[in-house]
Design a protein around this ligand. Structure first.
Ligand code: NAP
Length: 276
């Protein structure tokens, strides 16, 4: 599988696993645990979660899934904006670590921008790095101007921007992705299959049939074909994880890409970054 480099040289697989909406239905728990573990075995070792997801239960589920597997995984969690202050970020981080059953996060993200000044969040993140609680930090849902402000506020060590990006959400291509790329900051694409809403699209299905692949695989392969972009689909079953893993090996020809680009054109003007 292709790997993506963070600015500090650490490499991770381009395809990972998301966990939003996990741990919400007790009846799904066994399937979700099995899916996460199967994903790690298949090489999807980047796992994304957040204190917000299922009010902390998603982190608990990830912790349970990773028993015995923690060292194989690049673990990402996120803090609420209201927790991104000097005082509250260490507490939020400690609570996440406890729920995840680990002593450090590989990457800790500001979930979206709130009222805490970016400079304060940067300092609080750097202190967590110094304390060994997190190995690196980044942000999520920050558009180009916010990113420029972050860097100006001392945030040059930002490791990634996790943003909504898929065939129907191409606004980041206008200026955010080029800006990040020019600074060697990789992008983490969330909701890469648009939470399933994309899959019924007729033109996407035509491309998938031509490739003997599924629409989900084509949408993921398209995201993964972008430079320095990771994708973190959420899959609640082993069969979906297996299907998604194969997307990382799916080659889209120039004509496949042209068909997708015609069906889902890139924006011709700047559109503010969308978020879910
Ligand atoms: P997504 O990954 O685009 O879509 C998830 C949905 O697609 C689920 O309903 C899943 O169903 C389905 N699915 C997965 N694989 C499939 C397949 N092969 N065939 C058919 N359906 C499939 O959406 P997402 O969960 O919103 O985004 C992914 C992750 O990004 C999240 O889980 C979260 O970790 C992160 N995220 C971050 C933010 C942020 O603000 N930073 C916002 C949203 C999401 P099953 O569950 O039945 O497999």
């Amino acid at each position: 599988m292709n790997s993506i480099s963070f600015p500090d040289g650490t490499q991770v697989p381009a395809l990972g696993q998301g966990t939003w909406m996990m741990a919400e239905q007790p009846a799904q728990r066994a399937s979700e645990l099995a899916a996460l573990r199967a994903g790690v075995e298949l090489g999807l070792t980047l796992i994304d979660t957040a204190e917000m997801y299922a009010d902390g239960e998603s982190e608990r589920l990830v912790g349970e899934a990773l028993r015995g597997l923690r060292e194989q995984v690049f673990l990402v969690s996120k803090a609420y904006p209201q927790n991104a202050s000097h005082k509250r970020l260490p507490q939020a981080c400690e609570a996440s670590l406890k729920r995840l059953g680990t002593d450090r996060l590989d990457l800790y993200l500001l979930h979206w921008r709130g009222r805490v000044p970016l400079a304060e969040t940067v300092e609080a993140m750097e202190k967590l790095v110094e304390a060994g609680k997190i190995l690196r930090w980044g942000v999520s849902n920050l558009d180009t101007l916010d990113m420029q402000e972050l860097i100006a506020a001392g945030g040059a060590a930002c490791a990634t921007d996790q943003v909504l990006y898929n065939l129907t959400r191409r606004s980041p291509e206008y200026d955010l992705l080029p800006w990040l790329l020019s600074r060697s900051i990789p992008v983490m694409a969330y909701s890469p299959i648009e939470q399933g809403r994309l899959l019924a699209n007729t033109r996407l299905r035509e491309v998938a049939v031509g490739l003997n692949a599924t629409p989900a695989q084509v949408t993921l392969a398209w995201v993964l074909s972008q430079n320095q972009v990771m994708a973190i689909p959420k899959a609640g079953s082993v069969s979906h994880v297996q299907e998604n893993r194969l997307a990382a090996d799916l080659h889209l020809s120039a004509s496949d890409i042209a068909a997708l680009e015609a069906a889902f054109p890139r924006p011709s003007k700047r559109i503010p970054l969308e978020m879910l």
